[in-house]
Design a protein around this ligand. Structure first.
Ligand SMILES: *Cc1c(COP(=O)(O)O)cnc(C)c1O
Length: 359
C-alpha cells in the first residue's frame, strides 16, 4: 500500500438502523475519511476518523462559489465472503476529470482508491447483508479557503462518507413514470454537464419538483440548445430500445455524464451481440417509434438503482406507456448480469470487481 490512513477509533458507535429495511442515503456509518490539501504541500494528513460534523469558516469558498466535486460508488458483500467494490478505478478517473473542469487539485488515483478501501474496511459492520443492499460511498472535495471573490481556493478538503442503503426502489424493478422536461435544461456544450459538481444538481431541483408535482418520479432531460434531443433521466443515463437497437446519447459533446453503469451496459450489449449505438436521438423519434409499435424499452442506468425501467413517458400532453408498463427483457438481463457480477454470482470476465478485504 502506497498510502496510510491511520484510524481513530469510534468510541461511541451509533445505534444501527434496521439493516433489513434501509432507506436510501439517510443513515451514515461510523467512520469517514479526511484528506487535506494545502497549496505548496499537496494532499496530506489522510486519516479515518469517527463520522462527525466539521467546522468551516462562513467565508469558505465552497459556500459562495460552489467549487465542489463528488463521486458515488458502492461496497458489496459478495457470495464469496469478500467485501468488494465495482470499478472504483473509473470513479477515480472521473473524479480527476471533474477536478480538472472545476479547477480542483489533481489527486493520484491510487490515493482515491486506497482511501475508499480504508474507509470501507473501517465501516465493515455497516455493510448490509439483505438482498440488493450495499454500503453507498460518497467521496467529495470542497474548497475551504475563507475569502470573498471568485478565484481558486488555496485549501481543500477531500472527504468520504458511507451510508448503508437498501434497494433504490422498494418492491424491485418497478417501472417509473418520467416527465420530458422541455423548459429547464441541465447541460450545454462548454458547460459542466459531463462532471459531478454540486451546481449541476442545484440547477436540476426545480425541474424535479415540477415533475413530482405532476405525479412523475423523474425528468427526461433534453439538450440545452434545441430541446429536441434526449440526454439523461434525472441523475442517470438514458437508453431507448427501438427496433431491437439500443440507443443512448453520445458523450463526445460534453453534455452527458459518462456513467460507469452506462459504460458497463454498452460493454455487455456488445458482447451479447445486441446492436447498441451512442448517437443523438430526438424525442420526436422516440414518440414516433412508439406510435409505430417500434419502441421496445426505455430504461435508465446509474450506481444507485443500477437499471431502472421506464413504464411511462409524458412529453407536453402526449403520454405513452412503454412495454405495457412492465420491465423489458434487455433491462432485466442487464440488471441481473450487473448485480450478479457485483455479488460474485456471475464470472467477472472484465476485472470489474475489486476486492477490499475478506469478511
Ligand atoms: C452519477 C450520474 C450518472 C450515473 O453515473 P454512474 O457512474 O453510472 O453512477 C448519470 N448522470 C448523472 C447526471 C449523474 O450525476
Amino acid at each position: 500500500m502506497k498510502y496510510e490512513f491511520p484510524v481513530t477509533p469510534c468510541l461511541n458507535p451509533k445505534h444501527k438502523p434496521d439493516m433489513n429495511n434501509l432507506p436510501f442515503g439517510v443513515d451514515m456509518a461510523d467512520y469517514m475519511v479526511v484528506i487535506e490539501y494545502t497549496e505548496g504541500r499537496g494532499w496530506h494528513s489522510g486519516r479515518v476518523v469517527p463520522y462527525a460534523p466539521i467546522t468551516l469558516e462562513p467565508a469558505a469558498c465552497v459556500f459562495h462559489y460552489g467549487q465542489e466535486m463528488f463521486e458515488g460508488l458502492k461496497a458489496y458483500k459478495s457470495v464469496n465472503n469478500e467485501v468488494v467494490l465495482f470499478r472504483p478505478d473509473m470513479n477515480a478517473k472521473r473524479a480527476n476529470s471533474t477536478a480538472e473542469r472545476i479547477c480542483l487539485p489533481y489527486m493520484d488515483e491510487e490515493m482515491f482508491i486506497e482511501a475508499v478501501k480504508a474507509g470501507t474496511k473501517a465501516n465493515i459492520d455497516w455493510i448490509p447483508d439483505a438482498p440488493n443492499s450495499s454500503l453507498y460511498i460518497r467521496p467529495f472535495i470542497i474548497a475551504t479557503e475563507p475569502f470573498l471573490g471568485v478565484r481558486l481556493s488555496k485549501s481543500y478538503l477531500f472527504m468520504i462518507i458511507f451510508s448503508p442503503v437498501g434497494p433504490y426502489y422498494k418492491g424491485g424493478l418497478a417501472p417509473t413514470k418520467i416527465f420530458v422536461e422541455d423548459e429547464y435544461t441541465r447541460s450545454c456544450q462548454g458547460g459542466t454537464g459531463y462532471v459531478k459538481t454540486a451546481g449541476n444538481y442545484a440547477a436540476s431541483l426545480k425541474a424535479q419538483e415540477k415533475a413530482h408535482q405532476l405525479g412523475y418520479s423523474q425528468v427526461l432531460w433534453l439538450d440545452g440548445v434545441t430541446r429536441n434531443y434526449v440526454e439523461e433521466i434525472g441523475t442517470s443515463n438514458a437508453f431507448f430500445v427501438i427496433d431491437g437497437e439500443v440507443i443512448t446519447a453520445p458523450t463526445n459533446e460534453g453534455t452527458i455524464l459518462p456513467g460507469i453503469t452506462r459504460n458497463s451496459v454498452l460493454t455487455l450489449l456488445k458482447e451479447w451481440g445486441i446492436p447498441a449505438s451512442e448517437r443523438r436521438l430526438t424525442i420526436q423519434e422516440v414518440f414516433d417509434a412508439h406510435k409505430e409499435g417500434r419502441l421496445n424499452e426505455v430504461f435508465a442506468s446509474g450506481t444507485a438503482a443500477v437499471i431502472s425501467p421506464v413504464g411511462e413517458l409524458r412529453w407536453k400532453d402526449d403520454v405513452i406507456q412503454i412495454n405495457g408498463g412492465s420491465i423489458g427483457p434487455i433491462a432485466q438481463k442487464l440488471y441481473d448480469t450487473i448485480t450478479g457480477i457485483q455479488l460474485g454470482k456471475i464470472e467477472d470476465k472484465h476485472g470489474w470487481v475489486e476486492k477490499v478485504c475478506d469478511l
